[in-house]
Design a binder for this molecule. Structure first.
Ligand SMILES: Cc1cc2nc3c(=O)[nH]c(=O)nc-3n(C[C@H](O)[C@H](O)[C@H](O)COP(=O)(O)OP(=O)(O)OC[C@H]3O[C@@H](n4cnc5c(N)ncnc54)[C@H](O)[C@@H]3O)c2cc1C
Length: 466
């Protein structure tokens, strides 16, 4: 009898793969091991859960474990951690509630995701210091805020903190997208928010222009920004009481550390699976690693960047879902590439939408062999006479030699987060600025000017590239 397909990790990449595999090969077995209790959950919604826009953790779940087992026929084992891979024997060692056992596989998918980076700061272990990467962490933060929260995975820190007085202020360390989304969540809960970023501006992947607009808006919303400010440590006795940065200690009652994620590669690496230069698992266009029976997908794996043609690591949800689905199909007998990425992302920052795709940084574009030039334009989200419109600022980067569009960032109050997708599509098809500026895009006064902001930016970029 053929051994089952085995999947390690039961979230976006793992469950997409298992579901697609089982749908396309209903007579074959797929076993998924997930070390936690939650599967198919939307970590992306956690900031909105803390904010209160999403009521319960269960609301973040797309498909329940029962549905996976009963309706999709997947052998899903939660609370089972895979601790080793024996590639020679094609088995994995699993640590479950009933002890350790070996499971053989025909093909294996490593979909172990990423984890929040915990920087080596003094005071990271104090009560009231959080990262946000798991459902349990989301529950812990709500509990620490004094919001009624049935938590399934509470850490001791939060339990300790629950006895304390309600926090009035928070220090967020890291001005990435999680830091910005959480600034809004904490402000909505009535806290004074201090946001610390060691670099001169927040939201690095979105570029300095978009970040400057966001920062003005954050200040308007009452967020205390500490830019160009490296945090030295977290002060307090048992509990956090201040963030130490430069010469000053800024008093806070809570700290959220959001300084990025690291791919969970240890399991694969210990089995001799190769990592790429980014530190994530190296894969081919089908998501296959250096072992033809071991695949990797999602936040733990690299993907090919369509603009640079190089392996990259941009840990985002669609990349994980898409690669998982493609691998499920491949394993069922229909070889399907996992698809390229262009790093398309969007963030809500209070009343602003910020979005980016492709290459925005001129230095990075030069390293990739381009001769970059960029333009920044400001235009309107609706026809100038139609009420309620607002400004959209677009920065677009192109290559002087080929005329190709390389990337863009956008910021505005409306019509930004999805408008970026037009540019993303142009990147996937290697359009020139001229070709992008002549796309037939929708127009009606409530939705855009006749020349959509993307068309205008491409037109101006074309002029600059000539
Ligand atoms: C706060 C937050 C906000 C986000 N917002 C966005 C957003 O707006 N847009 C966006 O595109 N992306 C966003 N993301 C990123 C997105 O959530 C991830 O890209 C996506 O979840 C990756 O899916 P994955 O399956 O690769 O990994 P994960 O979701 O990390 O799942 C991996 C799973 O593997 C399990 N696992 C790990 N090791 C083992 C083992 N040895 N044995 C068994 N199980 C194991 C883990 O418990 C975990 O459940 C956000 C993430 C966070 C934390």
């Amino acid at each position: 009898m053929t051994a089952p397909v085995v999947v390690v990790g039961g979230d976006a990449a793992g469950m997409s793969a298992a579901s697609k595999f089982k749908r396309d090969a209903p007579d074959r077995e797929v076993v998924v091991f997930e070390r936690g209790e939650w599967v198919s959950y939307g970590a992306c919604g956690l900031p909105y859960y803390v904010k209160g826009a999403v009521e319960t953790l269960e609301d973040l779940v797309s498909v329940t474990p029962e549905e996976f087992v009963e309706e999709r026929g997947i052998d899903l084992r939660t609370n089972h951690e895979v601790t080793a891979i024996d590639r020679g024997a094609r088995t994995v060692t699993v640590d479950g509630p009933d002890g350790e056992f070996e499971q053989s596989y025909s093909d294996l998918l490593v979909a172990t995701g990423a984890r929040a980076v915990e920087p080596p700061l003094d005071g990271m272990d104090k009560a009231g210091v959080f990262t946000l990467h798991s459902m349990g962490a989301g529950a812990d933060i709500r509990q620490a805020l004094g919001v009624e929260t049935p938590s399934v995975d509470s850490r001791e820190a939060a339990a300790d903190y629950a006895d304390a007085e309600s926090p009035e202020s928070v220090g967020i360390i890291g001005g990435g997208y999680v830091g910005i989304e959480m600034a809004e969540a904490f402000a909505e809960r009535g806290l004074d928010v201090h946001l610390f970023e060691m670099l001169p501006h927040t939201l690095q992947p979105f570029g300095a222009e978009a970040a400057a607009t966001v920062e003005d808006h954050l200040r308007e919303q009452g967020i205390d920004l500490h830019l160009d400010t490296a945090v030295d440590g977290i002060r307090g006795d048992e509990r956090v009481s201040a963030i130490a940065a430069g010469d000053a200690d800024v008093p806070v009652d809570l700290a959220l550390v959001g300084v990025g994620v690291a791919p969970n590669t240890e399991l694969a690496e210990e089995a001799g699976i190769e990592l790429g230069d980014t530190g994530a698992i190296a894969t081919d266009e089908y998501g296959r690693t250096n072992d033809e029976h071991v695949y990797a997908a999602g936040d733990c794996a690299e993907a090919t960047h369509a603009v640079t043609g190089e392996p990259d690591h941009v840990p985002l949800a669609l990349t994980a879902n898409r690669a998982g689905r493609a691998i499920g199909r491949t394993l069922a007998g229909d070889p399907t590439p996992v698809g390229e990425i262009v790093g398309t992302a969007a963030v809500k920052a209070f009343d602003l939408e910020v979005a980016r795709t492709g290459l925005i940084d001129a230095e990075r574009a030069r390293e990739a062999g381009f001769d970059p030039a960029s333009v920044t334009i400001t235009t309107r989200s609706r026809a100038h006479y139609y009420p309620g419109g607002s400004e959209i600022e677009i920065t677009m980067l192109g290559d002087r030699e080929s005329g190709r569009v390389l990337g863009a960032s956008m910021v505005g109050r409306e019509g930004v987060a999805k408008r970026i997708d037009t540019v993303a599509a142009a990147l996937h098809t290697e359009m020139t600025a001229h070709q992008l500026s002549y796309l037939d895009l929708a127009y009606a006064p409530p939705f855009s000017p006749v020349w959509d902001p993307v068309l205008t930016a491409a037109k101006v970029l074309e002029g600059k590239l000539e």
